[in-house]
Design a protein around this ligand. Structure first.
Ligand SMILES: [Cu+2]
Length: 184
């Protein structure tokens, strides 16, 4: 697949936004492997049709990342950096499934994952050509390494032809939206 070493390195690659102030976790997410911090980072999926906002979250181990879905039909799937728009080859990608169809306002459910380490987590929306259009995001980008920036990940995503829907919904929880009237 892509060898990112062949692409031009952007010097301003880290010029991405950081997530808004975290809010307290209200969901019943539990983890057997890390101690939950009680902090939740909310991400909007679908803002401006096919974007994540914020698309760049900095989270501690034990934080929850929670996606809220706007129209019409988006989803969350994990990839690696070099191969966007497709799940991890080892089958461990988290994938929310397409459980969030909504014609207006937020979908009734949200998707949550627990951050279990400080490694970058790259993800995409596998719907239609949303990934190619830039509907991708990262948790814990390494800001001091422009070779692995979110902007470069978007470049690589734009060069893919199709998105691959992971075969199994796993790696997170679909729960009732704790803030369905939030001002997104
Ligand atoms: Cu989408």
């Amino acid at each position: 697949m892509h060898s990112f070493g062949t692409f031009t390195i952007l010097s301003l690659a880290a010029a991405a936004t950081i997530s808004a102030a975290p809010t307290a976790t209200t969901a019943e997410e539990a983890s057997n492997t890390v101690t939950l911090t009680g902090v939740t980072h909310s991400v909007i999926a679908g803002l401006g049709h096919s974007l994540f906002d914020p698309d760049n979250v900095v989270a501690d181990i034990g934080d929850v990342v929670e996606w809220h879905f706007l129209p019409q039909n988006h989803s969350i799937a994990q990839s690696n950096f070099a191969e966007p728009c497709q799940p991890l080859s080892d089958g461990t990608s988290f994938f929310s499934g397409f459980n969030f169809v909504t014609q207006q306002n937020q979908a009734p459910d949200v998707f949550q994952i627990v951050v279990k380490d400080k490694n970058p987590i790259w993800y995409y929306c596998p719907g239609q050509i949303h990934c190619q259009e830039g509907m991708v995001g990262v948790i814990n980008q390494q800001f001091d390494n422009p070779d692995f920036s979110l902007s470069k990940y978007k470049e690589l995503a734009a060069e893919t032809r199709i998105s691959i829907v992971p075969p199994v919904q796993q790696g997170g929880d679909v729960i009732a939206n704790p803030n369905p009237l939030g001002g997104f």
